[in-house]
Ligand binder design. Structure first.
Ligand SMILES: NC(=O)c1ccc[n+]([C@@H]2O[C@H](COP(=O)([O-])OP(=O)(O)OC[C@H]3O[C@@H](n4cnc5c(N)ncnc54)[C@H](OP(=O)(O)O)[C@@H]3O)[C@@H](O)[C@H]2O)c1
Length: 275
Protein backbone atom coordinates (compact mmCIF):
# COMPACT_ATOMS: atom_id res chain seq x y z
CA UNK A 1 0.00 0.00 0.00
CA UNK A 2 1.39 3.37 -0.98
CA UNK A 3 -0.01 6.85 -0.77
CA UNK A 4 -0.12 7.28 -4.55
CA UNK A 5 -3.87 7.79 -4.26
CA UNK A 6 -2.98 11.27 -3.09
CA UNK A 7 -1.70 12.17 -6.58
CA UNK A 8 -4.75 13.89 -8.00
CA UNK A 9 -6.01 16.40 -10.54
CA UNK A 10 -8.73 18.91 -9.66
CA UNK A 11 -11.94 18.79 -11.68
CA UNK A 12 -14.15 21.72 -12.67
CA UNK A 13 -16.68 20.68 -9.99
CA UNK A 14 -14.00 21.19 -7.31
CA UNK A 15 -13.60 17.46 -6.60
CA UNK A 16 -10.30 15.68 -7.19
CA UNK A 17 -9.64 12.66 -9.40
CA UNK A 18 -6.74 10.28 -8.77
CA UNK A 19 -4.02 10.41 -11.41
CA UNK A 20 -3.91 6.62 -11.64
CA UNK A 21 -6.76 4.13 -11.77
CA UNK A 22 -7.74 0.66 -12.88
CA UNK A 23 -9.76 0.07 -16.05
CA UNK A 24 -11.90 -3.06 -16.43
CA UNK A 25 -12.84 -3.11 -20.12
CA UNK A 26 -12.96 -6.69 -21.43
CA UNK A 27 -12.77 -8.17 -17.94
CA UNK A 28 -15.65 -10.66 -17.64
CA UNK A 29 -18.35 -9.99 -15.08
CA UNK A 30 -17.99 -12.19 -12.01
CA UNK A 31 -14.91 -13.49 -10.28
CA UNK A 32 -12.32 -11.96 -12.62
CA UNK A 33 -13.63 -8.41 -12.33
CA UNK A 34 -14.15 -8.76 -8.60
CA UNK A 35 -10.62 -10.05 -8.12
CA UNK A 36 -9.02 -7.38 -10.33
CA UNK A 37 -10.79 -4.56 -8.50
CA UNK A 38 -10.02 -6.11 -5.10
CA UNK A 39 -6.34 -6.50 -5.97
CA UNK A 40 -6.18 -2.90 -7.19
CA UNK A 41 -7.81 -1.54 -4.04
CA UNK A 42 -5.39 -3.60 -1.94
CA UNK A 43 -2.48 -2.18 -3.96
CA UNK A 44 -3.67 1.35 -3.18
CA UNK A 45 -5.68 2.30 -6.28
CA UNK A 46 -8.62 4.56 -5.48
CA UNK A 47 -10.01 5.09 -9.01
CA UNK A 48 -11.97 2.37 -10.81
CA UNK A 49 -13.21 2.86 -14.40
CA UNK A 50 -16.14 0.79 -15.67
CA UNK A 51 -19.00 1.37 -18.13
CA UNK A 52 -22.53 0.24 -18.85
CA UNK A 53 -21.17 -1.34 -22.05
CA UNK A 54 -18.62 -3.45 -20.14
CA UNK A 55 -21.33 -5.49 -18.43
CA UNK A 56 -19.33 -5.77 -15.21
CA UNK A 57 -20.69 -2.99 -12.99
CA UNK A 58 -22.22 -5.46 -10.51
CA UNK A 59 -18.84 -7.12 -9.93
CA UNK A 60 -17.12 -3.76 -9.52
CA UNK A 61 -19.74 -2.84 -6.93
CA UNK A 62 -19.27 -6.10 -5.01
CA UNK A 63 -15.49 -5.65 -4.89
CA UNK A 64 -15.83 -2.09 -3.61
CA UNK A 65 -18.33 -3.17 -0.92
CA UNK A 66 -16.25 -6.10 0.25
CA UNK A 67 -13.05 -4.03 0.39
CA UNK A 68 -14.30 -2.27 3.52
CA UNK A 69 -12.84 0.98 2.18
CA UNK A 70 -15.21 3.89 2.83
CA UNK A 71 -17.15 4.66 -0.36
CA UNK A 72 -16.10 8.32 -0.20
CA UNK A 73 -12.44 7.29 -0.43
CA UNK A 74 -12.98 5.65 -3.82
CA UNK A 75 -13.45 7.48 -7.13
CA UNK A 76 -15.85 5.45 -9.24
CA UNK A 77 -16.46 6.13 -12.92
CA UNK A 78 -19.09 4.64 -15.18
CA UNK A 79 -20.18 5.60 -18.68
CA UNK A 80 -23.50 6.14 -20.40
CA UNK A 81 -23.92 3.74 -23.33
CA UNK A 82 -25.09 6.11 -26.09
CA UNK A 83 -27.06 3.39 -27.87
CA UNK A 84 -29.55 3.94 -25.02
CA UNK A 85 -31.81 6.98 -24.96
CA UNK A 86 -31.87 8.43 -21.48
CA UNK A 87 -28.72 9.09 -19.41
CA UNK A 88 -30.74 9.72 -16.24
CA UNK A 89 -32.66 6.43 -16.42
CA UNK A 90 -29.48 4.53 -17.31
CA UNK A 91 -27.60 6.17 -14.42
CA UNK A 92 -30.26 4.90 -12.02
CA UNK A 93 -29.79 1.38 -13.40
CA UNK A 94 -26.00 1.66 -13.11
CA UNK A 95 -26.27 2.70 -9.47
CA UNK A 96 -28.47 -0.32 -8.73
CA UNK A 97 -25.92 -2.63 -10.37
CA UNK A 98 -23.02 -0.90 -8.64
CA UNK A 99 -24.94 -0.96 -5.35
CA UNK A 100 -23.98 2.62 -4.57
CA UNK A 101 -25.79 5.92 -4.21
CA UNK A 102 -23.65 7.92 -6.62
CA UNK A 103 -20.78 7.69 -9.06
CA UNK A 104 -17.98 10.19 -8.91
CA UNK A 105 -17.90 10.54 -12.68
CA UNK A 106 -20.43 9.69 -15.38
CA UNK A 107 -19.18 9.96 -18.97
CA UNK A 108 -20.90 9.83 -22.35
CA UNK A 109 -18.97 6.84 -23.70
CA UNK A 110 -18.74 8.17 -27.26
CA UNK A 111 -20.51 10.90 -29.30
CA UNK A 112 -22.86 8.60 -31.20
CA UNK A 113 -25.66 10.65 -32.78
CA UNK A 114 -23.73 13.92 -32.20
CA UNK A 115 -21.98 15.57 -29.27
CA UNK A 116 -24.89 17.43 -27.62
CA UNK A 117 -28.14 15.39 -27.52
CA UNK A 118 -27.29 13.36 -24.41
CA UNK A 119 -25.89 16.22 -22.35
CA UNK A 120 -29.20 17.51 -20.87
CA UNK A 121 -29.80 13.99 -19.52
CA UNK A 122 -26.28 13.91 -18.12
CA UNK A 123 -26.96 17.26 -16.42
CA UNK A 124 -30.16 15.84 -14.94
CA UNK A 125 -28.17 12.90 -13.53
CA UNK A 126 -25.80 15.39 -11.97
CA UNK A 127 -28.58 17.60 -10.57
CA UNK A 128 -30.28 14.53 -9.10
CA UNK A 129 -27.06 13.71 -7.24
CA UNK A 130 -26.50 10.45 -9.11
CA UNK A 131 -23.13 11.67 -10.44
CA UNK A 132 -20.80 14.09 -8.72
CA UNK A 133 -19.16 15.00 -12.01
CA UNK A 134 -20.19 14.45 -15.61
CA UNK A 135 -18.01 14.30 -18.66
CA UNK A 136 -17.34 12.86 -22.08
CA UNK A 137 -15.19 10.27 -23.81
CA UNK A 138 -13.93 9.99 -27.38
CA UNK A 139 -14.88 13.62 -28.08
CA UNK A 140 -12.57 15.53 -30.43
CA UNK A 141 -11.80 19.24 -30.00
CA UNK A 142 -14.61 20.24 -32.41
CA UNK A 143 -17.14 18.10 -30.57
CA UNK A 144 -15.99 19.53 -27.24
CA UNK A 145 -16.46 23.07 -28.56
CA UNK A 146 -19.98 22.25 -29.80
CA UNK A 147 -20.86 20.85 -26.40
CA UNK A 148 -19.45 23.84 -24.54
CA UNK A 149 -21.77 26.13 -26.51
CA UNK A 150 -24.90 24.46 -25.12
CA UNK A 151 -23.87 23.04 -21.75
CA UNK A 152 -25.16 24.45 -18.46
CA UNK A 153 -22.73 22.24 -16.56
CA UNK A 154 -19.28 22.05 -18.07
CA UNK A 155 -17.84 18.58 -18.81
CA UNK A 156 -15.25 17.74 -16.15
CA UNK A 157 -13.31 15.06 -18.04
CA UNK A 158 -12.67 13.88 -21.59
CA UNK A 159 -11.45 10.27 -21.58
CA UNK A 160 -9.44 9.66 -24.76
CA UNK A 161 -7.21 7.14 -26.50
CA UNK A 162 -3.78 8.41 -25.49
CA UNK A 163 -0.31 6.89 -25.48
CA UNK A 164 2.91 7.81 -27.31
CA UNK A 165 1.58 6.28 -30.53
CA UNK A 166 -1.72 8.15 -30.11
CA UNK A 167 -0.34 11.44 -28.88
CA UNK A 168 -3.30 13.75 -29.50
CA UNK A 169 -1.47 16.84 -28.43
CA UNK A 170 -3.87 19.38 -29.94
CA UNK A 171 -6.81 17.58 -28.32
CA UNK A 172 -5.14 17.57 -24.91
CA UNK A 173 -4.41 21.30 -25.31
CA UNK A 174 -8.04 21.97 -26.25
CA UNK A 175 -9.15 20.13 -23.11
CA UNK A 176 -6.69 22.08 -20.95
CA UNK A 177 -7.85 25.41 -22.39
CA UNK A 178 -11.47 24.51 -21.62
CA UNK A 179 -10.66 23.40 -18.06
CA UNK A 180 -11.48 19.78 -18.90
CA UNK A 181 -9.20 17.11 -17.38
CA UNK A 182 -7.98 14.71 -20.08
CA UNK A 183 -7.84 11.06 -19.06
CA UNK A 184 -5.80 8.48 -21.00
CA UNK A 185 -7.42 5.20 -21.92
CA UNK A 186 -5.48 2.30 -23.48
CA UNK A 187 -2.22 3.80 -22.15
CA UNK A 188 -0.45 0.53 -23.10
CA UNK A 189 -2.22 0.34 -26.48
CA UNK A 190 -4.32 -2.52 -25.03
CA UNK A 191 -0.97 -4.25 -24.50
CA UNK A 192 0.24 -3.78 -28.07
CA UNK A 193 2.92 -1.18 -27.32
CA UNK A 194 4.70 -3.13 -24.60
CA UNK A 195 7.06 -4.81 -27.06
CA UNK A 196 8.05 -1.69 -28.97
CA UNK A 197 11.88 -1.43 -29.13
CA UNK A 198 11.99 2.30 -28.29
CA UNK A 199 9.82 1.72 -25.23
CA UNK A 200 11.98 -1.30 -24.35
CA UNK A 201 15.21 0.67 -24.61
CA UNK A 202 13.89 3.43 -22.34
CA UNK A 203 12.60 0.83 -19.89
CA UNK A 204 16.01 -0.80 -19.74
CA UNK A 205 17.81 2.53 -19.34
CA UNK A 206 15.51 3.63 -16.49
CA UNK A 207 15.40 0.23 -14.78
CA UNK A 208 11.61 0.10 -15.19
CA UNK A 209 9.19 -2.04 -17.18
CA UNK A 210 7.70 -0.97 -20.54
CA UNK A 211 4.27 -0.65 -18.89
CA UNK A 212 5.68 1.69 -16.23
CA UNK A 213 7.38 3.81 -18.91
CA UNK A 214 4.15 4.20 -20.90
CA UNK A 215 2.07 5.01 -17.82
CA UNK A 216 4.66 7.48 -16.55
CA UNK A 217 4.79 9.22 -19.95
CA UNK A 218 1.04 9.85 -19.85
CA UNK A 219 1.23 11.11 -16.26
CA UNK A 220 4.04 13.50 -17.16
CA UNK A 221 1.82 14.82 -19.99
CA UNK A 222 -0.63 15.84 -17.24
CA UNK A 223 -3.30 13.21 -17.79
CA UNK A 224 -5.11 10.87 -15.43
CA UNK A 225 -4.35 7.32 -16.60
CA UNK A 226 -6.34 4.05 -16.30
CA UNK A 227 -4.33 0.95 -17.27
CA UNK A 228 -6.10 -2.41 -17.13
CA UNK A 229 -4.71 -5.66 -15.79
CA UNK A 230 -6.14 -8.81 -14.26
CA UNK A 231 -2.81 -9.90 -12.73
CA UNK A 232 -1.77 -8.89 -9.23
CA UNK A 233 1.91 -8.33 -9.98
CA UNK A 234 1.08 -6.18 -13.01
CA UNK A 235 -1.56 -4.21 -11.12
CA UNK A 236 1.04 -3.48 -8.43
CA UNK A 237 3.75 -2.71 -10.99
CA UNK A 238 1.51 -0.29 -12.89
CA UNK A 239 0.89 1.60 -9.68
CA UNK A 240 4.60 1.97 -8.85
CA UNK A 241 5.18 4.93 -11.15
CA UNK A 242 5.45 7.82 -8.71
CA UNK A 243 9.06 7.30 -7.63
CA UNK A 244 10.78 8.03 -10.92
CA UNK A 245 10.71 10.60 -13.72
CA UNK A 246 11.37 10.17 -17.42
CA UNK A 247 14.06 12.62 -18.49
CA UNK A 248 13.68 15.00 -21.45
CA UNK A 249 15.52 12.68 -23.80
CA UNK A 250 13.21 9.76 -23.02
CA UNK A 251 10.10 11.94 -23.32
CA UNK A 252 11.27 13.29 -26.68
CA UNK A 253 11.93 9.75 -27.98
CA UNK A 254 8.47 8.63 -26.85
CA UNK A 255 6.82 11.74 -28.32
CA UNK A 256 8.38 10.85 -31.69
CA UNK A 257 6.38 7.58 -31.78
CA UNK A 258 3.20 9.57 -32.46
CA UNK A 259 1.20 8.39 -35.47
CA UNK A 260 -1.60 10.97 -35.11
CA UNK A 261 0.34 14.09 -36.14
CA UNK A 262 -0.70 15.50 -32.77
CA UNK A 263 -4.30 15.62 -33.92
CA UNK A 264 -7.19 17.47 -32.25
CA UNK A 265 -9.43 14.49 -33.15
CA UNK A 266 -10.27 11.77 -30.64
CA UNK A 267 -10.10 8.98 -33.21
CA UNK A 268 -9.40 8.61 -36.93
CA UNK A 269 -12.68 8.42 -38.90
CA UNK A 270 -12.03 4.74 -39.74
CA UNK A 271 -11.59 3.94 -36.02
CA UNK A 272 -14.97 5.35 -34.94
CA UNK A 273 -16.79 2.10 -34.18
CA UNK A 274 -20.17 3.78 -33.86
CA UNK A 275 -20.39 5.49 -37.26
N1 LIG B 1 -13.67 5.29 -23.14
C1 LIG B 1 -13.38 4.34 -24.01
O1 LIG B 1 -13.93 4.28 -25.13
C2 LIG B 1 -12.37 3.31 -23.64
C3 LIG B 1 -11.83 2.49 -24.63
C4 LIG B 1 -10.85 1.58 -24.24
C5 LIG B 1 -10.46 1.50 -22.92
N2 LIG B 1 -11.03 2.29 -21.97
C6 LIG B 1 -10.64 2.20 -20.54
O2 LIG B 1 -9.22 2.21 -20.43
C7 LIG B 1 -8.80 1.04 -19.76
C8 LIG B 1 -7.41 0.61 -20.22
O3 LIG B 1 -7.35 0.43 -21.61
P1 LIG B 1 -7.23 -1.03 -22.29
O4 LIG B 1 -8.04 -1.99 -21.52
O5 LIG B 1 -7.51 -0.83 -23.72
O6 LIG B 1 -5.74 -1.47 -22.20
P2 LIG B 1 -4.31 -1.04 -21.60
O7 LIG B 1 -4.43 -0.64 -20.19
O8 LIG B 1 -3.68 -0.13 -22.58
O9 LIG B 1 -3.57 -2.46 -21.70
C9 LIG B 1 -4.08 -3.60 -21.06
C10 LIG B 1 -3.37 -4.83 -21.58
O10 LIG B 1 -2.00 -4.80 -21.18
C11 LIG B 1 -1.73 -5.93 -20.33
N3 LIG B 1 -0.91 -5.40 -19.22
C12 LIG B 1 -1.30 -4.52 -18.26
N4 LIG B 1 -0.29 -4.22 -17.44
C13 LIG B 1 0.78 -4.95 -17.86
C14 LIG B 1 2.09 -5.09 -17.40
N5 LIG B 1 2.54 -4.39 -16.34
N6 LIG B 1 2.93 -5.94 -18.06
C15 LIG B 1 2.49 -6.64 -19.15
N7 LIG B 1 1.23 -6.54 -19.62
C16 LIG B 1 0.38 -5.72 -19.00
C17 LIG B 1 -3.06 -6.45 -19.87
O11 LIG B 1 -3.00 -7.86 -19.70
P3 LIG B 1 -3.60 -8.59 -18.38
O12 LIG B 1 -4.94 -8.02 -18.09
O13 LIG B 1 -3.65 -10.01 -18.82
O14 LIG B 1 -2.60 -8.35 -17.29
C18 LIG B 1 -3.95 -6.12 -21.07
O15 LIG B 1 -3.81 -7.09 -22.09
C19 LIG B 1 -9.92 0.04 -20.08
O16 LIG B 1 -9.89 -1.08 -19.24
C20 LIG B 1 -11.12 0.91 -19.91
O17 LIG B 1 -11.44 1.09 -18.54
C21 LIG B 1 -11.96 3.21 -22.32
Amino acid sequence: MTDNAQATRTLSNGETIPVLGLGVWQVPDGKQTEQSVSMALEAGYRLIDTAQAYGNEASVGRAIRSSGIPREDIFLTTKFYPGSRDPLVEAEKSLRRLDTEYVDLYLIHWPQGGPTWAWPGMEKASEAGLAKAIGISNFGADELQELLKVSQIQPAVNQILFNPFDYRRALVEACEQAGVVAQAYSPLGTGQHLNNPVVGRIAEATGRTPAQVLIRWAIQKGLSVIPKSTHRERIEQNYAVFDFTLDDEAVTALDALDTTTQTPDALAPSDKWWS
